[in-house]
Design a protein around this ligand. Structure first.
Ligand code: ADP
Ligand code: MG
Length: 725
């Protein structure tokens, strides 16, 4: 293998040796082999670009690299003739040929077009993005092995962006499956393979699981499992490997789940050890608030309130999730919890993910508590300097007993006089960083004399399936409001082809004349906020033109807070018939008189998003209708989603379907949390492993703290805190 080849040609069975890969070795791993000590700890990083790119993937230490396991495997053990490949339906065949032409074309757009031929036929390779070096690399006469999806284009068989390698005639085929790694931009598979192979020579392979644990669960030892996954032997059970059911995968999944359980349980213990100020008094404010409410609590609200009241009395911090479907009445429960903190002489804070929602809470809770003599501070990023200073002063002096706001609440400049309780609405809507900040703020809020931390109540309309509750939320207590307040009329949901939009507008017009109000939700355009804004503005203009006799408002994320407030106020007062909105109205907005919801291009929304949006209606006594406009033809996933929306309004059923359709990662909004996600275990199919991991974690924490430390270090390194937010 010459040097040039070694860059492109690495296959299983032909692993490069360390000597060959030396010049590719990333700097974190670049100590000379002789001086390396086996060690799993991080090594000083230089400024190598590749090291940076690896770091972006979270790969900093040799162990990180060793645990960067293949996403999938490709079977490169066979070569088809180009003719045979042309008959194959689907799949990604591998063919081999010699380049007969290589040229850059400029129409319809700039692209590199390479023609290769074997004895049977020829094949065009198209590269829409390419480097100049590829033109030389793929010069006429070069022999290449190519793998990709084969299409029959206008000029015959072609592959667009196939993977390829330059080879010599007669180069042996791999004898086993080829791993394919998750790769970031600018990191080739070849490079990753070499970096991983090199890393595997540097790590401490000691098994972190005690023998008795391994044997009791019949788990494969660590080192052979990792090595097998990176370099499967020819006789491996390919199906089990691909499906991630091979014992080597099971071992990885178990280790990963165990690390997660250990981390969560440790966090829980640490929090308990901190202690909190007991908030035992259910005094005059709590009583007065209950009396002042225009309704009585549902049985479910009473039950969860009792659970919260009980927790607040404890000398260690409550960590409770209040879960209740959209419209189930979580706000009043939060207000009553706050009242208990205030009755006990402490402050309560209520934080919401959007300004609109925080504003609503403020308005509603102020209407309840201000007449009872409670000073409530309002805090968002958009306050004028003077207003902000005033709010901060009242918070710091203790005059403000309740503080309502957005994540401005967790900024450094905010100092509470007597923090007792922090309530977070729609907590899963906050980004990971904010959740982390909140937790640290909670710690910073700790009363320095007693080193206690505030109690925490989180609220969410998104129900958590059992497996998730056992993993991500393992350290939370959960209260569920499983009943809606009486007198709600069910929402009728209809799916309507976007072509009938005009009829929908007529219907909305008629409804407005009867005094009903409508939300008109504009299509989601994920790629571009600007485009989304444009669409909302256009829709608003078009509806205004079509219905000149109606008042039509527009609300979107780019409005200034004061403008937003004015628009929402008009709608709440009933001065606007129709509110054209982007998804800013998705969470929490509560206008009981609105009874018609139109969602354009509903097929672009996720299930939980549709459920949240629909939950904005059906809050009053009028029968509510939700019209989901869709663009046909619908894809399979969209079809399933919309059918679910038509069939049920039950948040639990919808969440379960959502989990099935999307998988738990997105469901949690945890896509953004990167490292926090389970990489290997699948909460749906590996439930039994979750349960085993939980039990073993319990036992290890109890009698083997050294194992716990070693295991956590190996699997989480410095990323542990992200798992717990
Ligand atoms: P969510 O759980 O979605 O946050 P809210 O707290 O906004 O729901 O409550 C939805 C609506 O139901 C509000 O207008 C609220 O005042 C009202 N509500 C709450 N509890 C009751 C109850 N027990 N009886 C009647 N209405 C209630
Ligand atoms: Mg709410």
């Amino acid at each position: 293998m010459n040097d040039n080849e070694s860059d492109v040609m690495v296959s299983k069975g032909l692993w490069p040796t360390i000597a060959e890969t030396r010049h590719f070795t990333p700097c974190t791993l670049s100590m000379p082999a002789a001086k390396r000590k086996p060690s799993a700890s991080a090594q000083p990083s230089s400024n190598s670009k590749r090291a940076d790119k690896l770091a972006k993937l979270g790969l900093r230490t040799p162990m990180d690299l060793a645990l960067h396991l293949p996403l999938r495997y490709e079977d490169e053990t066979h070569i088809l003739s180009i003719r045979e490949a042309g008959f194959m339906a689907g799949g990604t065949p591998q063919v081999e040929g010699v380049v007969s032409a290589c040229e850059v074309q400029y129409r319809p757009r700039r692209q590199l077009v390479v023609t290769i031929a074997d004895d049977s036929s020829q094949l065009v390779l198209r590269f829409l993005n390419f480097y100049g070096s590829q033109i030389k690399q793929l010069a006429e006469g070069t022999r290449v092995r190519v793998r990709g999806e084969l299409r029959h284009g206008f000029f015959g068989a072609e592959m667009v962006h196939p993977s390829y390698k330059i080879i010599n005639a007669g180069a042996p085929l791999p004898t086993a499956l080829t791993p394919v790694y998750p790769a970031g931009e600018g990191l080739s598979q070849t490079f990753l393979r070499k970096a991983i192979a090199d890393a595997m020579d540097q790590i401490d392979w000691r098994d972190t699981l005690p023998d008795h644990v391994r044997t009791s669960l019949d788990l494969m030892p660590f080192e052979p499992a990792v090595r097998l996954l990176h370099n499967p032997p020819p006789d491996v059970d390919e199906h089990a490997l691909m499906e991630r059911q091979h014992p080597a995968w099971i071992r990885m999944k178990f280790d990963e789940l165990l690390a997660q359980q250990l981390s969560l349980k440790r966090a829980q213990a640490a929090r308990r050890a901190k202690g909190a100020i007991p908030l035992p008094l259910i005094g005059s404010l709590s009583t007065a608030l209950l009396h002042a409410l225009p309704f009585t609590l549902t049985a479910a609200q009473q039950r969860v309130l009792a659970e919260i009241r009980h927790d607040l009395r404890a000398p260690y911090p409550m960590q409770r999730l209040l879960q209740g479907d959209v419209g189930s009445g979580k706000t009043v429960v939060a207000a009553l919890a706050a009242a208990q903190a205030i009755d006990s002489g402490y402050q309560a804070a209520l934080m919401a993910p959007t300004e609109i929602l925080a504003e609503q809470h403020f308005r509603k809770i102020a209407a309840w508590l201000t007449p009872l003599g409670i000073d409530i501070a309002w805090l968002t990023g958009s306050l004028k300097k003077k207003e902000k200073t005033d709010a901060l002063n009242r918070i710091a002096s203790g005059q403000a007993r309740l503080i309502v706001g957005t994540h401005a609440l967790i900024q450094e400049s905010v100092a509470f006089a007597h923090p007792g309780l922090v309530i977070v609405d729609e907590q899963h809507r906050f980004g990971v960083e904010q959740r982390l900040a909140l937790r640290n703020k909670g710690l910073a809020l700790a009363d320095s004399a007693t080193t206690t931390v505030p109690h925490q109540l989180m609220m969410s309309a998104t129900p958590i399936p059992r497996t998730l509750a056992m993993t991500y939320y393992a350290d939370l207590e959960v209260s569920v409001i499983d009943e809606l307040p009486p007198g709600r009329t069910p929402i009728i949901t209809r799916l309507i082809d976007q072509e009938r939009r005009d009829e929908v507008i007529d219907r909305m017009h008629a409804a407005a004349l009867e005094g009903r109000q409508t939300y008109w939700v504009c299509p989601l355009i994920e790629e571009s906020e600007a485009l989304q804004l444009q669409t909302a503005t256009d829709t608003h203009a078009a509806l205004c033109a079509a219905l000149p006799d109606l008042h039509i408002g527009l609300v979107h994320g780019r409005l200034k807070p004061a403008e937003k407030k004015a628009v929402m106020d008009d709608f709440i007062r009933g001065a606007t018939h129709v509110l054209v909105a982007t998804t800013v109205i998705e969470v929490g907005v509560d206008v009981p008189n609105a009874s018609l919801m139109v969602i354009e291009h509903a097929e672009r929304f996720g299930l939980s998003q549709l459920h949240q949006l629909r939950g904005r209606v059906g809050r009053g006594t009028a029968a509510s209708v939700c019209l989901l406009l869709y663009q046909s033809p619908l894809g399979q996933v969209a079809k399933e989603r919309l059918a679910t929306m038509r069939e049920t309004t039950d948040g639990f059923t919808i969440a379960r379907r959502d989990l099935e359709i999307r998988g738990p990662g997105e469901f949690l909004g945890a896509r953004q949390s990167g490292q926090a996600m389970l990489r290997f275990a699948n909460l749906e199919t590996d439930q039994w492993l979750v349960e085993k991991a939980r039990d073993i974690a319990q036992a290890l924490l109890h009698d083997d703290p050294e194992t716990v430390d070693a295991h956590l270090l190996r699997w989480l390194g410095g990323r542990e805190e992200y798992l717990r937010v």
